[in-house]
Design a protein around this ligand. Structure first.
Ligand code: SF4
Length: 231
């Protein structure tokens, strides 16, 4: 007996354009709620100018913001410019940041990038990605943070929190930070790009935590499709 062709049966699926529009509307609603809950999100790293922001972000790799702030408060009081940081030297800087993981490598990079800022950029932090990523110890994530926080560019740094949250909700799925970054840039509405990075980081740090997401107090729980969410 001939079986019916499943391909011929009516399938209730949204056409691609409608599905895409629905996803964009969902992303818009997610960011509208995160924005309503925290209209002006700020970096939890302490800094006093673009240079100290750059240094703080370099120091924050595999370290907590609180741990970095503890060391940088006294450091930035004596070295808040590339020239002053270069003059401190590697040994003195390493001593001042020794509570931060990988401090020797970080001290070496920070002194080297400070010297390069003095010699090639008149002591200023460059405002373009290429020049930023050419600095020792500065990768795409650090450049994205500096471009976004110091210069207001609509860039999005994907750290461990953003990576987890974007894959969970999901907003942009990917196996690498770059895949997630590219996916997020496509789906986040332009009006939310300026602060999207902070909203996602803070959401991941305090609500959508790695081990025990606080779904019961999550403002986007009804929009989240994470299979293990607890509401
Ligand atoms: S509902 Fe739970 S898993 Fe989903 S975003 Fe909120 S905290 Fe994260």
């Amino acid at each position: 007996m001939a079986r019916g062709n499943p391909a011929a049966s009516p399938v209730r699926r949204r056409p691609p354009a409608a599905a895409k529009a629905a996803e964009l509307a969902r992303a818009d609603e997610i960011f509208a709620r995160l924005a309503a809950a925290n209209p002006e999100p700020k970096s939890e790293l302490e800094y006093v100018n673009p240079f100290t922001l750059l240094v703080a972000v370099v120091l924050s790799a595999q370290a907590t913001d609180a741990g970095v702030n503890k060391a940088t408060r006294a450091l930035f009081a004596v070295a808040d410019t590339p020239a002053k940081m270069a003059a401190l030297g590697e040994a003195e800087l390493a001593e001042r940041i020794k509570t931060i993981g990988l401090f020797r490598t970080k001290a070496k990079n920070v002194v080297a990038l400070s010297k390069l800022l003095v010699s090639a950029h008149a002591g200023e932090v460059p405002t373009d990605r290429e020049a930023l990523e050419a600095l020792p110890g500065v990768g795409r994530k650090t450049a994205n943070v500096v471009l976004n926080v110091a210069f207001g560019e609509p860039t999005l740094a994907v750290d461990t929190h953003v990576f987890r949250v974007a894959n969970r909700i999901p907003l942009a799925e990917g196996k690498t930070p770059r895949q997630v970054e590219d996916g997020l840039l496509k789906i986040i509405p332009a009006r939310f790009m300026r602060h999207a990075h902070h909203w996602l980081i803070l959401h991941g740090r305090y609500v959508c935590r790695a081990r025990a997401p606080a779904c019961a107090r999550c403002v986007i729980a009804d929009l989240c499709r994470y299979k293990d969410k607890t509401v």
